[in-house]
Design a protein around this ligand. Structure first.
Ligand SMILES: C[S@@+](CC[C@H](N)C(=O)[O-])C[C@H]1O[C@@H](n2cnc3c(N)ncnc32)[C@H](O)[C@@H]1O
Length: 146
């Protein structure tokens, strides 16, 4: 985990894209999300696709280990934010978006009760093989059954 924090501090974030993911735009309608639906973005970094969700009337709930990344997301996108501590997390909030700064594996089902979709871009694949199964199992354990 300290590895990721260091990468953000050193600016070694080659995975980050400043453009929207064209696949998201192509396939978002398949999810048939209603306006105001909440999209969970695990290991979100400062992914700009979260802006696309906001611009299209959805809410976003992200989780990211690096506080630097989280702060950069709000500052670079000129979103006025507030912060508050909640258990093991510091929550960064702006209109329709909360990013929980902390460890994804500390998330529990009660925090995702209002989530209708999950958006993973470069998250599962960024983890070492041994952690990928754990990531997927944890996701299935905490997302709402419907
Ligand atoms: C390859 S990046 C992908 C970021 C983002 N999904 C994107 O598309 O730009 C992986 C991100 O996961 C974060 N991360 C790694 N392990 C984590 C954990 N256990 N909990 C929360 N975030 C984590 C890292 O800090 C990093 O920002």
């Amino acid at each position: 985990m300290t590895d990721w924090i260091a990468r953000w501090q050193e600016g070694k974030i080659g995975w980050h894209k400043n453009q929207l993911n064209s696949r998201l735009i192509e396939f978002i309608d398949c999810l048939k999300l209603s306006v105001n639906a909440c999209v969970f973005v695990p290991l979100c970094g400062k992914n700009v696709d979260m802006l696309y969700f906001l611009d299209n009337g959805f809410k976003v709930l992200g989780v990211e280990l690096s506080e630097l990344a989280t702060r950069q997301f709000f500052v670079e996108n000129k979103l006025r934010f507030s912060t508050k501590r909640s258990g093991k997390f510091v929550i960064y909030s702006a209109k329709n978006i909360d990013i929980y700064c902390g460890d994804y594996f500390d998330f529990d089902a009660s925090m995702l009760s209002k989530v209708s979709a999950v958006y993973d871009r470069a998250s599962l694949i960024s983890l070492p093989l041994v952690l990928r199964a754990k990531y997927a199992a944890h996701l299935y354990a905490i997302i709402p059954t419907d």
